[in-house]
Design a protein around this ligand. Structure first.
Ligand SMILES: [Fe+2]
Ligand SMILES: [Fe+2]
Length: 185
């Protein structure tokens, strides 16, 4: 069964533009999910699939490449980015675990997910995309973009993310210490 919502399949482009296009998609899916007349279950599944694919593609191909090539992106920025992906997955899991989509619990979990994701998008655009604009050439951004897109698309094409897969991702992140609840910012 494929996701009925179009998540697009760009195959090339400047990595900054590709990432921003996904960020727009995240915001659009969240906004539509806030509408109680929308197909919330389908939107939730599409959001989850995109969130996992986008985060993994960044972790595998974007963060390491930015760290190697941009002086102002260091181990701290990379680690912090991964922690925020884990927090996004955790908030997403809370939403995915809910059976009903017309409940106060759904609204509450969606509010939390929206807050966690918007925080990450803002921070990533300020602390990773701006240094990449300043310090990476067009050719490098294109090469990283192609690797990002290939990874992202392959994961989306593998099918919608299931609840069990998401649980595993969150458990793994917790074991790796990326979800230490007492750590701020
Ligand atoms: Fe991103
Ligand atoms: Fe990210």
């Amino acid at each position: 069964m494929s996701t009925p919502i179009d998540l697009h399949r760009p195959v090339q482009g400047d990595v900054i533009e590709l990432i921003l296009a996904d960020h727009d998609l995240f915001e659009d899916l969240l906004r539509r999910m806030r509408n109680s007349h929308e197909e919330r279950a389908a939107l939730r599944e599409a959001f989850a699939t995109l969130h996992v694919a986008h985060a993994r593609a960044e972790e595998l191909h974007v963060l390491p490449a930015f760290r190697r090539r941009a002086d102002s992106v260091g181990a701290h920025e990379v680690e912090h980015g991964e922690e925020e992906h884990a927090e996004g997955h955790e908030a997403l899991l809370a939403l995915m675990e809910l059976k009903g989509t017309d409940t106060q619990a759904f609204d509450d979990a969606l509010e939390e997910l929206s807050a966690v994701v918007s925080h990450h998008l803002v921070e990533e655009e300020l602390t990773l995309l701006n240094p990449a604009r300043d310090e990476l050439g067009e050719r490098q951004r294109g090469d990283i973009g192609a690797a990002f897109a290939a990874e992202r698309n392959a994961r989306i094409d593998a099918g919608p993310v299931t609840l069990d897969q998401l649980r595993e991702i969150v458990d793994e992140a917790r074991e790796e210490g990326k979800l230490d609840d007492d750590e701020e910012e």
